[in-house]
Each structure stands twice: as C-alpha cells, then as structure tokens.
Design a protein around this ligand. Structure first.
Ligand SMILES: *[C@@H]1O[C@H](CO)[C@@H](O)[C@H](O)[C@H]1NC(C)=O
Ligand SMILES: *[C@@H]1O[C@H](CO)[C@@H](O)[C@H](O)[C@H]1NC(C)=O
Length: 985
C-alpha cells in the first residue's frame, strides 16, 4: 500500500505449460510443475484450470494476526463476500530478524494460512517483497539492513546478498503451496510499488533498475515459483513490465478523514486506457485498490475515517473501476488486523483496522455487505470478463451531472453493461433522468413504463445490463441491479435490488404470455406490460417483493439493506449446486450431503432464514442444529432462528489486584549497566554521519524496536551547566533525560516530529564528579522506503549530536540497550519485534507465569507522582462459552491530554501502545487466542510518565465489542511462560 506521506526455475517436475493465451512477445513463457491446475491469461482475464475467471481478491496480512486459527474466520468471511482470492504480504524483517536465521515457526508459519485459504475455497496472491511497504516496520526490510551499506532495492551487490536468502526461503514456501502443487497460490508478486528510483546521491533517477528486476524473477524461478508473476506499479507508469502480467495500484478516494465524502476526488476514468497503453495483451489488473485508509499518530481514528471510506466509497469507486473493465481487483485491505509487537512504521499506530470491510475485531461493517452485492453480481456475469469500455456519455440532469460508460462484450458480441455514476460523487445532489441504451431490439430509453425515472442518489452508482442471460432467461435490460441469479430445479431465480422507494424496471425477452403473480409484497407496487416479445415490469422497491412469472421465473425485488441478507454459497466448495440463502450476519459454509443442506455461520439477533435450493435438499441445519422451516408461497423454505448470546462475567480491570515495580532502576545511583552493550563503534554504515565521538544509532548495535535506553558516563571538567542533544525516534516519539537520579526533562512528542533538538539545564557539575546521563527514548518503528534506491528505512534511532554548555566533560563511555539480546532476541515464539528495552520487559516480567507475589500492590489507576516508568501486572480469568464470538478490547476511556505512554502486554504479547496526549487510539482489540477465553490471563502494562506531575490511567476496562453467536473454535497461540533470563539486566 502506498504511503502518501511520501507521495505516497528450477522446478520443472511434471509439465503443464503456463503460456499466456495470446503469447505476446516479451513475456516469459515457462513450464510449470504438476498437473493439478494451471493459470493462464489473455488480454481480458485470467484463466484458472482452463476457466475464465474474475480475480476478486481482498488483502489480508497473516503477520498482523498472530492467532493461526483466526485466519479461517477471516478467510471464510472473505469467501462469503463472493470473492475468490486473497492477497498477502510476507514481512521479511519479522521472519529474518537476525540475519541468516529464519523463523517460520509457530505464529510465523505460513502453512496454516495457506491451509485455511484452501479450506475456505480461496486462491492466494503471494506478495513476499523483499520490500512490501504496507505501513509496516521498515516496509518489511529487516533492521539489520542498517548495517548493509549502499542502496537498497536495486542491484547493489550488498543488497542482493541480503535479500537472496530470504527470497529463496519464502519462495520455496510459496512454490510448495502454488496451485500446480495442489496449493491455493495462483499468482506471485516480486517487490512492491517499484515505481520511483533514486541515485546514490538522493536525486531522482528516471530509470528503474532492470537488473534488480531480472534478479528477482530469477530468484522466484530458482525457488520453484512457476505461477504467473505480477507487479503493482504505484501508478500506471509502465514499470517492472518484465513480469508476466502488468498490474498497478489505485487509491482514488484519497485519505481525508477530516472531511468525509466532501473531499473525494472525481473518480478517475483513465484506468483502462492507461493499462492498455502499457500492457494491451494482459488483463486490466488493479493489484491494490482502495479498501479503506490508514491513520497516523494524532489522527482521526478509524471510525471517523470509515465515514469517508464506507459503503458509499464502494458504490462509487469500485463501480468506477468496473467501468474500466478491471478483471483482477484486489481490495487493500479487506481485513487490516493489528500492528501488535511494534510492527508498525512510525506513520501508524497499533490498530491497522484500515476502516476495512472486516474490522480489526473481525466484525463486519456495512461496507462488507455492499461489496458482497457487487462481487456476487460479477461472479454470475461472465460476459463482463470479455467486455471493454466503449462510449462514455456525460450529461447534466435537473440534478447532478451523470457519467455513463458502456461496456461491450467483445467476445460474446451480445451483452452490454452500463456503469451509471455521479460525475461529482462528492456533491450531495440526487438525480432522476432517462437513460438511452443499446439493445438487441434497438435503442431504448428507459425506464419505459409510465412517467418513471431512473433514480441515482448522491454517492451512488449503478450497473444497468442489457441482453443479459440469467440461465435460460434473456433479460433485455434491467435498471434494477442484479445481485445474483441461479437456475434451481428448472426455475430461474433472479435477485434484484435498488434503494427503498425507488422504482426499477426489468424487461424480459419472452414470446409466451406470462402470468405476473406477486406472491409476496404489495401487488400495487408492480406494474407491467406484455408485448409479443417482451414482458416489462416496473416495481417500486419496498422491502421484499417476490414475483412469479409463470412456473419458471421467480424474481426477488428487494431493497438494498434486505439484499445484504442474501448469500450465495459455494456449496461443497464447488459452484455446481445452485443455492441462495437468505440469512443474517454471516453464512460461512454450506455443505450438501444426502438430503441435508448443512449451513454454518454467525447470527447477532433474530434471523429469518430462507433456503432457495433444489428440492433434493429436504432438511436444513444451522451450526449442526435442525432448522425448522415452512414452505413459502413460492416453493422456498423459511424459518426463524433466535440467537443465543449468553451473558458472561468479565473482570473489571480497574479492580483486579494489580502488582507493581519500578521499571526505571537505571536512574538510581547504584545501577550497574556493565551488561549493557557498549556503544563503541566509531564508524556507521549509515549515510548520515553523526558528530558524536562514538556512534549512537540503535540499529548499528542490533536494536530495532520498542524503547531504547542510552547511558552516557562522564567525568566533569567542572561547571557543565547545559546538555544539548539531537535525537530521533520516528513520528510521535518522545524521550526523557536524567542526570544521575535527577530528572532533567522530557520531550513529550507531537504527531509529526520524528526528531528533536533538546537543551536541558544541568545543576553545574563539580570538577571530577561522575555523571551518568540516562536517556529513555521511544522507537516508533523503522521507516518505510518509498523509492527504489532510497535508504529511508535506515533512518537512525538515537543521537546524532550532543554537546555541553559551561564546560565539556570527559566521556568515559556510552552504553545502550533495547530488547534483551537485540537481534538474538529472547522470545522465539513471539518474535524479535515484540519486546522493547524497558527493564521489566528485558527481565521478562511481561510474561505469564512470573511470580510477582513479592511486588507491591498498586493499581495503574493510582500511577506515578512524577516522571518515570511503572510496570504493572495482574491476572484474571475468563470463561467464555463455546459457540459464540465475543471480540474484546482493552479500553482506556477518554484521553486526558497528559503526557504518558502505555504498552500493553496480554499473555506476553504486546498488543497496544497507547499515547494519551497524541492518540487517537484508546481502545485496543485483543483477539481470542491471545486472550485465553477459558482460563487465566496475564496482563502487564508499562506506564511511562513524562511529566513532573506524574501520570495515572483514567480508566482501564476489558470490554466485549460485540456479541455474536457462531464463530469458530480457536486454539490459543503459544504463550510461553516466564523463565529466568540468563544474563538479563
Ligand atoms: C558494500 O559493503 C561494503 C562493506 O560495508 C562497502 O565497503 C561497500 O562500499 C558497499 N558497496 C556499496 C555499493 O555500497
Ligand atoms: C454540470 O456540468 C455543467 C457543465 O460542465 C456545469 O455547468 C454544471 O454546473 C454541472 N452541474 C452540477 C449540478 O454540477
């Protein structure tokens, strides 16, 4: 994903050719192993196993969800949208935290994700980098990269040697799981947004490094990756075209959370022309398309951003890209997840909710249901896949101005899709007008009956079809949108929708006279006209109207919100049993065996089920229980289900028994830092050379995340009265300084500054006296790069300059620490990024199982009376029954504006970083599996006060975000207990 802050083969086993169907010159033509499947393409679309398919995909990052079982939950939700693919990034920096030592174990193992994708019935686009961006620490690049000199993301030999082992390692995992080996992966993407380039001197270079691209593709091949490769050019710039299929990104709605909707740019119309200009022989592929937005420290919070990036955005901007005949569309993000354990870059905070269709706590937003309507339509509209945009009409109406693109099916030579949209969707003006369309019976102006108008509200777009076959039914046109259709026991069921109160028109080519029989809803809302060749109906949309047109056609005309309740399951993971289910919150799976249709899913209230299925299905179950149904007047089955969400007691975290220790022993006179790393380098690999006598850059010594502590030992010349420093930690960072045990002051931080020049008054030092300056700083994550050749991710964390006023003391030494062990981190299960450098964390006191009985009792609501760092622990028990999904969060209530920072550890996993005076995040979702829903939990908090007046939490609560019946069963992630840490300090 683009950060707008910066603009934002060896495996030739068995043979099945992967050859682009048109074999355009210049593309690689390779051999693929295995016979389970192939992935090919032509200028219109991809084919998987010989079948032409729309790739409708959602981006999910396995690394942002460290509970392996929850992948299936998210992936079933993606599948239920009607999507067929998920796309993933892999974060190199996490899995190779120490150079040469890969951690693919436990929560970092990708296999459970690929298995879950397969179980859910989804294909995967694998995007392993090396660079990924993704608002992640270092953009995926490892911290040790700071010590690899020269430019990154080009063919610099130092960089090549750095990435090759990783691509080889991850490449083999991808190869093992590609479709030709029976796995779900169909496409692989090297690099990410490799679109801008820099010279060593930092000036822009117009040329990409084609040698780097060649090396990457060679490494993919070498690892056995035989599926097609794509790129995602950050804009249609024609970069990295040596991949098989050129792809690009687009984030058309912008990221202006402050001004929802009114700040929307006009939807762009150049996608198709732009893509054809670069790669006319491959499908129009948008490898990242805006599915929400990110938010930064001091930002607006995702609920506010969602107002800008909600269902309206999906109606306007997604439909706009269909107007460009987009046949691979990956929505970034469909589920964002959490930047647990310091995984964010400094431009973001713990939540990576993204305002996505599936929220961070895995609940479903309205946008989810809007996307479901659209994806399902495209999945039953194969002619869309061979359509290309033709004429674009733009015209004013008595209301707003309208843009209509006609898509024409170049292969079938019959169907047209009209994408009708607001030219200025950011304006709040509705329109009602007539539309002129081309059909097989000539030009028509619709709606035809009476005085009705075609209605397009503001922030809306609609798709009108002509000569559209729904099985044997030929729809001449429909101004009502189609969600889906199925031929069930010889009867064609067509599901149509519009907004409540709008009238819509559908015309069917039929030479037989048909009885129009309104079986549900008010017959007064339906008017019709039959001619010798057509039957045209007009319906005023009101909740749900079901109309039989003879025995073989059944129309459901529903309002949008009611349409949200319909699901089109992939029965037994094969689209060969036609079923439509009206349900509730979520339909996960549908299995048909014997005469039983077994449905699983989630409900959040009384749910009316309707089963529209072949008669061979005679019994229905919901999550294993029999669903009692009655026959409707139109031959479907209807039943009612009352959701059971039992009340549960959860602890009041304000009142649990909290234990505490001081986590800043470093400022006591007797503190011994002899086990710390000595900052004794006089050379840095970094391009920014400091003025300090020794290098004080944390990454040079292997510390890349969390809090960093510095201790400078000096002998006074006498009269030192001022300490000046230049220190850097990333946006919203802060630091505090002590002279021996005397607090000198803090920089409390602000959203933007990533560095600070500070001046602190010293009580004049006496000649010959010994002083230790202790600096506690926050590290907000490694920066991302943006351009190839840029070295932003090496931005130092630490001091580049310091000086004294009054006199200059003699430096004895500088010591530093971050997480215990640095790159040789202490906790393999939770990974290198999880820990920071605070005393209590270095000791492992954040882990479950530590005996804190000798600690003092004190609550974080009491807190500190001055500057410093407290560390708190408490345990509590949960007993949440099976069969429900009750996502929880740790909530700090309203912000006070005081300067303090909290890190939250739940069963040893860092699941939140709260900065009270910067915000915006105050509520921190912690998933089941990190939280033990059946037994004991340990919560630990560091509380860093940056003010003389001290700091205390206003409140702390464990809250249940939503009560849902259903869910999936979750095994807890490994949460190894405390063990005394040898050589800890
Ligand atoms: C590669 O690394 C070595 C050792 O740090 C350094 O001397 C050399 O200049 C680097 N090469 C480039 C192209 O930066
Ligand atoms: C429609 O477009 C015309 C011509 O560009 C412009 O003059 C008019 O103001 C627009 N109407 C609205 C409602 O935006």
């Amino acid at each position: 994903m683009v950060s707008f802050s910066k603009i934002a083969l060896l495996a030739v086993a068995a043979q099945a050719a992967i050859i682009p169907t048109d074999s355009p010159a210049g593309l690689r033509i390779r051999q693929a192993g295995g016979s389970q499947g192939t992935v090919t393409w032509d200028k219109y679309s991809f084919y998987v196993n010989g079948e032409r398919v729309m790739i409708y995909s959602g981006e999910v990052h396995p690394f942002r969800n460290p509970v392996q079982d929850l992948h299936l939950d998210v992936l079933q939700k993606v599948k239920a949208l009607g999507f067929n693919t998920v796309s993933i990034y892999v974060h190199w920096g996490i899995v190779e935290y120490e150079r040469g030592k890969f951690n693919w174990d436990g929560v970092f193992d990708l296999q459970p994700f690929f298995d879950a994708a397969k179980a859910a019935g989804l294909w995967v686009i694998a995007r392993p980098g090396p660079y990924i961006n993704g608002e992640s620490a270092g953009g995926g690049l490892p911290g040790w990269g700071s010590r690899v000199e020269g430019q990154w993301r080009n063919s610099n030999a130092n960089y090549t040697a750095a990435w090759q082992p990783y691509i080889n390692s991850v490449g083999k995992i991808i190869a093992k799981n590609q479709i030709t080996n029976g796995g779900p992966i169909i496409i692989a993407q090297p690099e990410n947004e490799y679109s801008g380039f820099m010279n060593p001197d930092g000036s822009l270079n117009p040329d990409e490094d084609k040698e780097y691209e060649r090396l990457l593709l060679e490494a993919f091949d070498g690892a056995g990756i035989t599926i097609p490769t794509v790129c995602n050019d950050a804009w249609i710039g024609g970069h990295f075209t040596s991949v098989d299929v050129y792809g690009y990104d687009n984030y058309p709605a912008g990221f202006d959370c402050a001004n929802p909707i009114t700040s929307w740019p006009d939807p762009p119309e150049w996608f198709y022309g732009g893509q054809r200009g670069v790669a006319p022989n491959t499908p129009n592929s948008i490898v990242e398309f805006q599915g929400g937005g990110f938010d930064s420290w001091g930002g607006y919070g995702f609920e506010q951003c969602y107002k800008d990036l909600g269902p309206e955005m999906v109606r306007v901007y997604n439909k706009n890209v269909y107007a460009s005949a987009t046949h691979l569309l990956n929505v970034y993000m469909i589920y964002g997840g959490t930047n647990w354990g310091h995984l964010s870059n400094p431009g973001g905070y713990s939540s990576y909710d993204y305002g996505a269709a599936i929220a961070e706590d895995r609940t479903l937003r309205e946008k989810y249901y809007e996307l479901k309507l659209q994806a399902n339509f495209l999945m039953v509209s194969p002619a869309y896949l061979t359509s290309a945009p033709g004429e674009v009409q733009k015209f004013p109406t008595s209301g707003s101005n309208i843009t209509i693109t006609e898509l024409w099916d170049e292969v079938g030579q019959k169907q047209r899709f009209y994408i009708i949209r607001q030219t200025k969707p950011q304006e709040f003006i509705n329109s009602a007008f007539k539309v002129t369309i081309n059909t097989s019976v000539g030009q028509l102006t619709v709606p035809q009956l009476g005085n009705a108008a075609y209605v397009l509200p503001s922030q809306d777009s609609k798709i009108l079809v002509t000569d559209y076959p729904a099985g044997p039914v030929n729809i001449l046109y429909s101004t009502l949108e189609i969600m889906t259709w199925k031929v069930i026991d010889g009867r064609t069921v067509i599901l149509l929708y519009a907004n409540t109160g709008e009238s819509g028109e559908i015309s069917i080519l039929t030479s037989t006279s048909r009885k129009v029989d309104v079986r549900r809803g008010k017959s007064s809302t339906v008017t019709f006209k039959q001619t010798s060749s057509t039957l045209t109906l007009q319906v005023v949309v009101d909740h749900e109207t079901v109309i039989a047109l003879g025995d073989d056609i059944l129309l459901y005309v529903v309002d949008r919100v009611n349409a949200y309740n319909f699901w089109v399951p992939d029965v037994n993971l094969k689209q060969d049993i036609p079923v439509i289910i009206k349900g509730g919150y979520l339909l996960r799976t549908t299995k048909f065996s014997g005469n039983t249709l077994a449905l699983t899913g989630d409900t959040n209230g009384t749910t009316v089920f309707e089963v529209i299925a072949p008669k061979s299905a005679q019994a229905y179950t919901w999550n294993g229980q029999r669903l009692d149904t009655d026959l409707t007047r139109y031959g479907t089955q209807e039943g009612r289900y009352r959701t059971k969400t039992p009340r549960v007691d959860i602890p009041d975290l304000g009142r649990v028994k909290w234990k505490y220790i001081n986590s800043l022993p470093e400022v006591s006179a007797s503190y011994d830092d002899s086990k710390w790393v000595t900052a004794d380098h006089t050379y840095t690999w970094n391009k920014i050379k400091p003025t300090t006598p020794v290098i004080l850059y944390a990454s040079d010594y292997g510390f890349h995340s969390g809090n960093i502590l510095w201790r400078g030992h000096f002998t006074a010349t006498g009269g030192e009265n001022l300490f000046n420093l230049t220190i850097q930690g990333g946006n919203a960072f802060a630091y505090s300084v002590w002279d021996n045990d005397k607090y000198l002051g803090s920089f409390t931080g602000a959203p933007a500054p990533s560095a600070h020049n500070g001046s602190y008054t010293l009580t004049p030092w006496a000649k010959g006296s010994n002083h230790v300056l202790t600096i506690l700083q926050d590290h907000m994550g490694l920066e991302q790069n943006w351009f190839g050749g840029e070295e932003n991710f090496k931005s130092f964390r630490g001091l580049s300059d310091y000086s004294f006023g009054g006199a200059t003391p003699t430096l004895k030494m500088w010591k530093l620490t971050g997480n215990l062990g640095g790159e040789k981190f202490a906790d393999w299960a939770r990974g290198g990024y999880n820990e920071g450098g605070l005393y209590a964390v270095r000791k492992g006191y954040h882990l479950p199982g530590f005996d804190d009985s000798k600690w003092v009792s004190k609550s974080p609501l009491k807190g500190l009376t001055g500057p410093g760092v407290d560390f708190y622990r408490a345990t509590f028990t949960l007993n949440i029954p099976d069969g429900v999904d009750y996502p929880m969060a740790i909530d700090f209530g309203a912000r006070t504006g005081n300067s303090y920072r909290v890190e939250i550890y739940v069963n040893g996993w860092q699941f939140g970083k709260y900065v009270d005076d910067i915000g915006p995040q105050t509520s921190f979702p912690v998933p089941q599996g990190i939280l033990n829903y059946k037994g004991e939990n340990t919560i630990a908090l560091s509380l860093w006060s940056l003010e003389d007046s001290g700091a205390a939490l206003e409140s702390i609560d464990l809250v249940i975000r939503k009560q849902i019946e259903g869910g999936i069963s979750v095994t807890n992630s490994p949460a190894p207990n405390y063990m005394e840490r040898a050589n800890s300090y």
